[in-house]
Design a binder for this molecule. Structure first.
Ligand code: ADP
Ligand code: MN
Length: 352
């Protein structure tokens, strides 16, 4: 029998996600809409028809949605659900919400664990769009989420920080956290929204993100990219790569006829300096870089070949529980605006 453990590093969202024994799979409770979205996108973009003109063309890098979403490994159904329930891994809140949901068949989506291979990741979950509900939401939910959008950066920037987890810089200045808090006096009540866990991570909750506004949002990204032990040039590398990835994603999304409601961008970077040294500070733009290029290494250890090397930073879209493909209807303005605004903000953080 396979053993699963609770996903430790979630920046936001519901509890209940699991990691398999090897650490390479992220298994999340899902709905039919998310399963359909992953299935259809993969069918379409992996089909030979779709790819026939595009072979050997490097210009097409990043033009597929599958370049920007976790690899889809499959679905798990009832059997495992019971097994998981027995262990009470699913929180009550989640079970309740799921059983109220008509779509719920107690299915789990099996995805690539984006954090696999990271030793000490910092993570942020950024929800895209100013419209946060689709036509299936109840009137009550529409009103509630519209109000949240209007009163947060969702409304004016089309993106909002949902949650953030950073490595706490222990054993430096004693009052490091106070230093952080005092550096951003314009983010009100910062202390109230953060907790330091046993794992030495600082978690910023969703109310922190809701409290940010158009003038404090840049401080958030300063905290995200710079509250760590990396050198300025390593930090700049992550910032520049994030900017490049956002540009590529933007161009990709312009060609996709999809509607993503309440989807997120997940940004991750490595804090572990040994891993930065191991890769000689080389951080590939695409997260499957090392996987594709493993022909090059002369290692005769087969296990090594199967093993995926995590990059030093990555950007991925996640959460397609309210997403669909809309042939003939053009691009998704709602999320593209968010990507564009974030891209412009990150650009201001690049030092020449
Ligand atoms: P929901 O919001 O419905 O609970 P999400 O898909 O948004 O589900 O996931 C919740 C959190 O789990 C995210 O904020 C992120 O930190 C983490 N996460 C999501 N997908 C992955 C993945 N493929 N690999 C690693 N972590 C993930
Ligand atoms: Mn989510």
């Amino acid at each position: 029998m396979t053993a699963y453990s609770r996903a430790k590093y979630q920046a936001a969202g519901h509890d209940g996600a699991l990691i398999d024994e090897s650490g390479s799979l992220f298994i999340k409770p899902t709905n039919d809409q998310e399963i359909e979205f992953y299935t259809k996108i993969n069918e379409l973009e992996r089909s030979t028809d779709y790819n026939k003109d595009k072979q050997d063309d490097d210009d097409d890098d990043g033009m597929k949605l599958i370049d920007w979403i976790p690899n889809f490994m499959g679905i798990l159904e009832k059997g495992i659900t019971n097994e998981i329930k027995e262990k009470q891994v699913i929180s009550e809140e989640y079970t309740k919400e799921f059983s109220n949901n008509k779509d719920n068949n107690e299915k789990y989506l099996v995805l690539e664990n984006l954090l696999h291979g990271f030793k000490s990741p910092s993570i942020i979950d950024i929800k895209l769009g100013s419209i946060l509900t689709d036509e299936f939401a109840t009137k009550e939910k529409k009103l509630r989420l519209q109000k949240i959008s209007d009163s947060t950066t969702s409304g004016n920037l089309s993106f909002r920080v949902c949650g953030m987890k950073l490595v706490h810089k222990e054993n430096e200045e004693e009052n490091n956290l106070n230093l952080l808090i005092n550096s951003y006096p314009n983010i009100s009540n910062l202390k109230q929204f953060i907790t330091i866990g046993e794992d030495n991570y600082i978690s910023f909750n969703k109310f922190y993100g809701r409290g940010l506004n158009i003038s404090t949002i840049v401080n958030n990204f300063q905290i995200f990219f710079k509250y760590n032990k990396l050198s300025t040039s390593q930090q700049q590398k992550i910032i520049r790569n994030t900017f490049t990835r956002l540009q590529l994603l933007y161009n990709c999304l312009l060609e996709k006829e999809i509607r993503i409601i309440s989807g997120s961008l997940l940004l991750v970077y490595e804090n572990d300096l040994d891993r930065w040294n191991e890769f000689d500070n080389h951080d590939p733009i695409f997260r499957d870089y090392y996987e594709i290029n493993d022909d090059d290494d002369d290692d005769d250890d087969d296990d090594e070949h199967d093993q995926k090397q995590a990059p030093l930073s990555l950007l991925s879209m996640i959460d397609f529980a309210h997403s669909k493909i809309v042939p003939g209807k053009g691009y998704d303005e709602n999320i593209i605006k968010g990507v564009e605004n974030l891209m412009n903000l990150i650009e201001t953080m690049i030092d020449e």
